[in-house]
Design a protein around this ligand. Structure first.
Ligand SMILES: [Zn+2]
Length: 201
């Protein structure tokens, strides 16, 4: 009898552990986080998230918006990195700094964050469509950098270098075929969660 009781206890412990394990995300499957720091409207963030996901083919999840710290872009980036969960490989932070900062962004691989200065992406004439396109390009470009792509010589590619806003507006919105190929290979090797686009096979 004593033996049977022990077995029952062991059995229920096993079941308990098993049902707990089901709630834990798949081991090793990585996601990409995107976050607004400061005043960037929800529709724009949603459009940036969707565009990024459709162009990197790995899951991009939007984190709840954060309040700017009021520090440098580096400080905003380090603060945004705290919002990642255990599955997020890195985070792209679109930051609306409290004070004027001219740099387009910073790339902090050790903190696993790329910061885009959303304030300098806003056209002076208030063209919201251009603003959105710029943020979408910078998000894909940031993911490319964080995943390990190098600058690309092809001006049709979003990984192409640029010197000013006019040049930035002329480079491609997404990866050229070789960069896309590299991004996909690295992402798959590192265990990023692949997405399947609706209706596209
Ligand atoms: Zn390229």
């Amino acid at each position: 009898m004593k033996c049977l009781a022990t077995m029952l206890v062991a059995g229920s412990c096993f079941l308990g552990a098993f049902s707990y394990a089901e709630d834990v995300p798949a081991a090793g499957e990585k996601t990409i986080a995107l976050v607004a720091v400061g005043d960037i409207d929800a529709d724009t963030m949603s459009a940036v998230r969707q565009f990024a996901e459709e162009n990197v083919f790995f899951q991009v999840r939007l984190l709840p918006a954060l309040t700017p710290t009021g520090g440098s872009l580096d400080q905003e980036g380090v603060a945004a990195a705290q919002a990642m969960n255990a599955n997020d490989a890195f985070v792209v932070a679109l930051v609306m700094p409290k004070d004027e900062i001219k740099a387009h962004g910073v790339y902090l691989p050790e903190a696993r964050v790329a910061v885009v200065n959303a304030a300098v992406m806003k056209p002076e004439d208030g063209n919201m469509e251009l603003y959105r396109r710029r943020l979408q390009r910078q998000a894909v470009r940031s993911i490319g950098m964080l995943i390990g792509l190098e600058p690309c010589p092809n001006p049709q590619c979003c990984m192409s270098s640029y010197q000013n806003v006019d040049e930035m507006d002329r480079i491609g919105m997404n990866f050229c075929p070789p960069c896309w190929d590299r991004e996909e290979k690295i992402g798959k090797a590192k265990g990023f969660k692949a997405i399947v686009l609706g209706g596209v096979e």
